[in-house]
Write a protein that binds this ligand. Structure first.
Ligand code: MG
Length: 205
């Protein structure tokens, strides 16, 4: 079984007047996180970890910060794109582990609910998602929220085009049929037909 690993990290600064979004949830807190989207560092870090696991780029390459379409966007959109890239590459999630680094609010009271929410967004079971939290002690970063994420993924199928070919082609004859079909459909070339012998073997003496 082929397994791969991806790492993601993100940070956003706290800002008054915006809701605090973490793990796709809105938390009670005097400040939220500033960002072009909803500033959900947890979902951003997981998105990058999943994209990284299949070498599909990063969140910024799909969703540039200056693009007005993603202004105040729900970060579940980004996570969904990463899931699609993962599935397209033929992989599925084994587990995702995360560590939030922020001075406040305390995450422990809501970590269970947040895990369940993230598991739902990723279409996996609760035990495949871990959310931990630390305070940025000694870093002087009490005004910032950071998140580290690691994703382990495993291959469940060959990429779509390879799978379809390997499923269909089991012999030289089948390969020729596939090529004929392609030529007929793309270039209008009539299929070659196998000509059956017309003689009766009883007549060969
Ligand atoms: Mg971000």
């Amino acid at each position: 079984m082929e397994t791969r690993i991806g790492i993601g990290w993100d940070s956003h600064v706290f800002k008054a007047g915006v809701p605090l979004r973490l793990g796709g949830m809105t938390l009670e807190h005097p400040e939220g996180l500033a960002g072009h989207s909803d500033g959900d560092v947890l979902l951003h870090a997981i998105t990058d970890a999943l994209l990284g696991a299949v070498a599909a780029g990063d969140i910024g390459s799909f969703f540039p910060a200056g693009d007005p379409r993603w202004k105040d966007a729900d970060s579940a959109i980004f996570l969904n794109l990463a899931l699609e890239e993962l599935q397209h590459a033929g992989f599925r999630i084994v587990n995702v582990d995360t560590t939030l680094v922020l001075a406040a609010p305390k995450i422990a009271p809501v970590a269970g609910e947040m895990r369940a929410h993230v598991a739902d967004l990723l279409c996996v079971s609760l035990d495949q998602i871990s959310i931990k939290a630390k305070t940025p002690e000694g870093l002087g970063l009490d005004h910032v929220a950071q998140c580290h994420a690691v994703a382990l993924v495993e291959r469940v199928q060959e990429p779509e085009e390879l799978k379809s070919m390997t499923e269909v082609i089991e012999s030289q004859k089948q390969l020729e049929d596939v090529v004929d079909d392609l030529l007929a459909s793309v270039h209008g070339v009539p299929k070659k037909r196998t000509v059956e012998p017309v003689y009766d073997t009883e007549d060969i003496t």
